[in-house]
Design a protein around this ligand. Structure first.
Ligand code: CAA
Length: 383
């Protein structure tokens, strides 16, 4: 694997870094405190093609490689994790499966407004009784002429409050959920579509994570993504890709936590010298920097495997597991370096600390990643 970024990849990273600095850094604290979705910044991200990073050009996308995609998610998350999450979910668990499994008609209809950012996507898998056990869903889609009648209660839907195009996992066969497990595209505004409770989450507070309730929603049969019974594979393929995006997000949060800790360590005087002169603090900073770099390498490795068309499950699970743990650990060490101020909302490190934690939970908990990794290791033969 060549570790050198191409000129184009470096340009894309610079552009995302600049955007995050000028448009997101000034509002990150306020939108977190107010739980506000920053439409003004979102429109600008649309103009930069951040919503269609890997979509085909003919649908308005930028056709970026996965490494470039990770660099953008990292830079955005470094200054505003809520927006990094919004983009990661939209691009990798909505636009990607739609492009991969959608019919030509579905792509022509749904991809252009998603790629431009005119419409925002959401991925609806989790339910009150189905989280890590994704197969336990109770949502249904029952055939009725040219339509399905969809009934679903989905929770923890990232982008839920602002999403227009949702991939909803249901079973078309309530007697045999596995056999009937299917993915269906549902549009906001369909009669029976309701945005439910806004989650009062600990972090990522500028992302409107909600429940989505569908009651006798009539959805055209042409909205089925793939065939009836293909839904679990669609979900797993989306998550294999999505986990790379979450890993990139975790790397961005960890890097952001390190950035503010380095700054603080140089400014804060204790025992007549800056904190940075104390070896105890230097050791923490050294460990933080090393962990961030290792997480970044695993993430870019998974992105590279994806670009080469390799088997993604193991590499993406490893990247997400390690990067999520890194984000939590590095942010926690950052709080420690800040001392009492680290526990105050006056300093950004507490936001990194809150935002980091969920990267160990969503798109598969650490324990689910460990299951996936162990399965991959155990099925491998000897060289
Ligand atoms: N790609 C393609 N197919 C796959 C696959 C993959 N990565 N993983 C499994 N499959 C296939 C299997 O081959 C199997 O196919 P057959 O029936 O034809 O043999 C089928 O799917 C069932 O597989 P398993 O028997 O392995 O299924 P399982 O019930 O044991 O589950 C699991 C496996 C890995 C634990 C899976 O349930 C899982 O990933 N759970 C976590 C779900 C998750 O990440 N949820 C997060 C939701 S999204 C979110 O967080 C919200 C957000 O908006 C960010």
């Amino acid at each position: 694997m060549d570790l050198t970024l191409s000129i184009q990849q470096r340009q894309i990273r610079r552009m995302a870094r600049q955007f995050a600095k000028t448009e997101l850094a000034p509002i990150a604290k306020e939108i977190d405190e107010e739980g506000r979705f920053p439409w003004e910044a979102v429109e600008k991200m649309g103009a930069l093609n951040f919503f269609g990073m890997q979509a085909p050009r003919r649908y308005g996308g930028a056709e970026l490689d996965s490494i470039s995609y990770c660099l953008v998610i990292e830079e955005i998350s470094r200054l505003c994790a809520s927006m990094g999450l919004m983009l990661a979910v939209h691009n990798s668990v909505v636009v990607f499966p739609l492009n991969q499994f959608g019919s030509d008609e579905q792509k022509a209809k749904f991809l252009p407004p998603l790629a431009s950012g005119e419409k925002i996507g959401a991925f609806c898998l989790t339910e009150p009784n189905a989280g890590s056990d994704a197969m336990a869903i109770e949502s249904t889609a029952i055939r009725d002429g040219d339509s399905y009648i969809v009934n679903a209660n989905k929770i923890f839907v990232t982008n839920g409050g602002v999403a227009d195009t949702l991939i909803v996992f249901v079973s078309v066969n309530p007697e045999d959920v596995k056999k009937g497990f299917s993915a269906i595209l549902v549009e906001r505004g369909t009669p029976g579509f309701e945005v439910g409770l806004l989650e009062n989450n600990c972090g990522m507070r500028a992302n409107p994570v909600t429940s989505i309730v569908l009651t006798d929603c009539r959805v055209p049969r042409t909205n089925l993504l793939g065939r009836e019974g293909d839904g679990f594979k669609v979900a797993m393929a989306a998550l294999d890709t999505g986990r790379i995006g979450i890993a990139a997000q975790a790397v961005g949060i960890a890097q952001g936590a390190l950035d503010v800790s380095l700054k603080y360590a140089k400014e804060r005087i204790q025992f007549r010298v800056p904190l940075a002169r104390h070896q105890a603090i230097q050791m923490m900073l050294a460990d933080m920097g090393t962990m961030v770099e290792a997480a970044r390498l695993l993430t870019l490795k998974a992105a590279h495997v994806r670009d080469q068309g390799g088997d993604l499950s193991g590499p993406s699970a490893m990247a997400k597991l390690f990067a999520g743990r890194t984000a939590s650990k590095v942010a926690s060490m950052g709080v420690q370096i800040h001392g009492g101020y680290g526990y105050s909302k006056d300093y950004p490190i507490e936001r990194y600390f809150r935002d980091a934690r969920v990267t160990e939970i969503y798109e598969g908990t650490n324990e689910i990643q460990q299951i996936v990794i162990a399965r991959e290791l155990l099925k491998g033969g000897e060289d």
